[in-house]
Design a protein around this ligand. Structure first.
Ligand code: GUN
Ligand code: ZN
Length: 438
């Protein structure tokens, strides 16, 4: 933690935010904008001139671009060391690289060290909210929660439920899972800026009994979210169909156990049938598009138009360690490239929306995070628009806000990080001391 900001303040600089009203690429951009933050870390005002009532507040001037903190809506904190695992596709990659690493999180001290490193890294990338997969071990989830006291991120997580298809150390039978899960839910209720997500890993690692329990829990407690994986690879889909022969498609596996609803976050959703898109839309569930994972593992090309045309809420996730980068600008650039390979063009305004407000909607917190708007948490970051090879030239030449944002995604500095400071709830949590000017 860098500083405890207790005083209200005004920050002035170039300011961009997507807007809440619909997914039609509406935004606010001001070359010389201001944001007023109160002493509780909430935004009081966003606009061009500081209202008189706040004129006595301290003013921080920045030459950097002020944007809302990103929402990484699907990421596995135990998988950082799994990045760059060579040659495999999903199911082999899980067995060969991922499960052996996840086994280590039964060790509290290992988990604590990894959790702290993970949180530090996402904060440096401008992420202020994240829906995180942990492991089956309660000590691993607790490590994330305890470490976050020093970082102040807005987190969603839960115990990763698995009772088959993995090494024994990653499995818990139903009575054991119920016990761990219930304990974790109770503990989580008292934790600030933490929301619990029931987390059955995916259909292949959960028995019918486990999925049924997860569905009942989701139904019985409206404060809970549910996160899982779906339709990521052809092999996974075939194996799932073989294990659940009675249902019509992969989404129906989850639906039949009460896991398809508007508090459901499904990662990937690449190989959907037409009917799956329809059921998905009708349920109001969110999809988390994880493009760096999909290209790295060779899982397939996400059909953005399939979701957009059905008005399904889309968010973006790094899916580290299937994904190879925690950097939201890399994720957005990869989403653009994946769409291009399908003959689709994704507007940078939409990509920014997906990685901020789309994520906020997925975790049911669009009232409090995801954009710079009065009443929301002052979760934001500062982006250095001069740090690529040609300084701010590309940014300045770009005629539209859309093109300016696009340059941030593709004219990446060598360091691959344009973020120079990250704030959560108005508190400066991380900054590059030289570049940030703070
Ligand atoms: N499906 C089930 N588990 C995982 C995981 O850890 N990563 C990815 N990409 N897909 C999964
Ligand atoms: Zn994943």
């Amino acid at each position: 933690m860098v500083s405890e900001q207790k005083e209200p303040f005004v920050i002035r600089g170039k300011l961009f935010t997507s807007l809440d009203d619909g997914e039609n690429n509406e935004y606010l951009y001001d070359d010389n904008g201001v944001m007023v933050v109160n002493n509780e870390g909430r935004i009081l005002f966003v606009g061009s001139t500081v209202p008189d009532e706040y004129s006595h507040y301290k003013v921080v001037n920045t030459q950097h671009l002020i944007i809302p903190g990103f929402v990484d809506a699907h990421v596995h904190y135990p998988q950082l060391p799994v990045i760059a695992s060579y040659g495999a596709s999903l199911l082999e990659w899980l067995d060969k690289y991922t499960f052996p690493e996840e086994v280590r999180y039964g060790d509290r001290s290992y988990a604590v060290a990894r959790a702290a490193k993970f949180l530090a890294l996402i904060l440096e990338k401008g992420v202020t909210s994240a829906a995180v997969f942990s492991t089956i071990h309660d000590v691993a989830l607790e490590a994330l929660q305890v470490s976050n006291r020093d970082f102040g991120l807005n987190l969603v997580s839960g115990i990763t439920g698995m009772d088959r298809g993995a090494p024994d150390q990653l499995l818990a039978d139903l009575p054991a899972f119920k016990e761990i899960n219930q304990k974790a839910i109770e503990r989580s209720r008292d934790i600030e800026r933490f929301s619990y997500a029931i987390t059955p890993r995916f259909a292949l690692s959960c028995s019918e009994k486990m999925l049924d329990y997860c569905g009942q829990l989701l139904e019985s407690d409206q404060s809970l979210l549910m996160q899982t994986h779906i339709n990521e690879t052809e092999d996974e889909i075939l194996a799932t169909a073989a294990l659940f022969p009675k249902v019509s498609d992969y989404l129906d596996v989850y639906a039949s156990f009460g896991l398809l609803g508007n508090r459901s976050l499904f990662a990937h959703g690449i190989h959907n049938t037409k009917l799956e898109y329809e059921k998905w839309a009708a349920a109001g569930a969110s999809v988390i598009h994880c493009p760096t994972s999909n290209t790295f593992l060779g899982s397939g090309l996400f059909d953005a138009n399939g979701y957009i045309s059905k008005e399904i809420n889309v968010s973006l996730g790094s899916d580290v360690g299937g994904g190879f980068s925690l950097n939201p600008f890399v994720t957005m650039a990869e989403a653009y490239k994946v769409a291009k390979l399908r003959g689709q063009v994704l507007c940078p305004l939409r990509l920014m929306y997906w990685h901020t407000l789309g994520g906020a909607k997925a975790i049911h917190q669009e009232e409090s995070v995801g954009s710079l708007a009065p009443g929301k948490y002052a979760d934001f970051c500062l982006v250095d628009i001069t740090s690529d090879d040609v300084g701010s030239e590309i940014w300045e030449r770009a005629a539209t806000v859309q093109d300016k944002l696009f340059s941030l995604m593709f004219a990446m500095p060598d360091s691959k990080n344009r973020i120079v400071a990250t704030f959560t709830a108005g508190i400066l949590r991380w900054h590059d001391k030289i570049q940030s000017g703070l």
